[in-house]
Ligand binder design. Structure first.
Ligand code: HEC
Ligand code: HEC
Length: 150
């Protein structure tokens, strides 16, 4: 008798906890496979992040996103098949850490962090590690005509 009652109480508690989680989770999460970006990100925000990636690296969406199996002309955005997508997740974590640790950046609505993908990539998927070699100077330009007044 005592045991039965205890089990019912525990059962009710478990049911309440499960219901509570279900009620606070979005009914229909827009995106299926976000590991770095917040799960409740809006469509507009995600779109803006992705377009920043495109422009900072000078690539198209298919640089990171694999094609759909049944329709190669469409992209399967949730798929992790392309290595570039996973590298990007690390790049996002790294960039966030650089801003926080070395620039003491605190996230605030509308505030742009000092370091972004653009800082290093500057329109190049493979940022250079070395400065360009010093350019060999060509012949000097023809001397400017002398001004007799000087
Ligand atoms: C430089 C790589 C890169 C480029 C370019 C890129 N994405 Fe992404 N995209 C990602 C990464 C990484 C994620 C997953 C982020 C995470 O795990 O939080 C993602 C996630 C997404 C998702 C969410 C998929 C899901 O259901 O989980 C959509 C939709 C998406 N991207 C659309 C686009 C579109 C549209 C473009 C072109 C305008 C684009 N992406 C360009 C790297 C990229
Ligand atoms: C501190 C500098 C730095 C920042 C900031 C940075 N990256 Fe990178 N990224 C690099 C370097 C360096 C490489 C390696 C280039 C190579 O090996 O050719 C790289 C490589 C990559 C690659 C792999 C390219 C390939 O073809 O394999 C992707 C994708 C990428 N970065 C995306 C991003 C995105 C998106 C951001 C912003 C969230 C970002 N990176 C921020 C320095 C940076």
């Amino acid at each position: 008798m005592f045991f039965k009652k205890k089990i019912t109480v525990v059962g009710t508690l478990v049911a309440l906890v499960v219901l509570g989680i279900a009620a606070s989770a979005p009914a229909d999460p827009t995106y299926k496979n976000l590991k770095v970006l917040p799960k409740n990100i809006t469509h507009e925000q995600l779109d803006s992040v992705m377009h920043q990636f495109n422009r900072s690296l000078n690539v198209k969406c298919n640089f990171c996103h694999a094609s759909q199996k049944d329709n190669p002309r469409k992209l399967d955005f949730a798929s992790d098949e392309k290595g570039e997508k996973n590298v990007t997740r690390d790049m996002m974590r790294m960039t966030e850490r650089i801003n926080k640790k070395f620039f003491k950046f605190k996230k605030e609505e509308g505030k742009i962090p000092p370091v972004g993908c653009m800082t290093c990539h500057n329109g190049n998927p493979h940022p250079e590690a070395m400065a360009p070699k010093e350019e060999k100077k060509g012949p000097p330009p023809p001397a400017a005509p002398q001004n007799p007044a000087n």
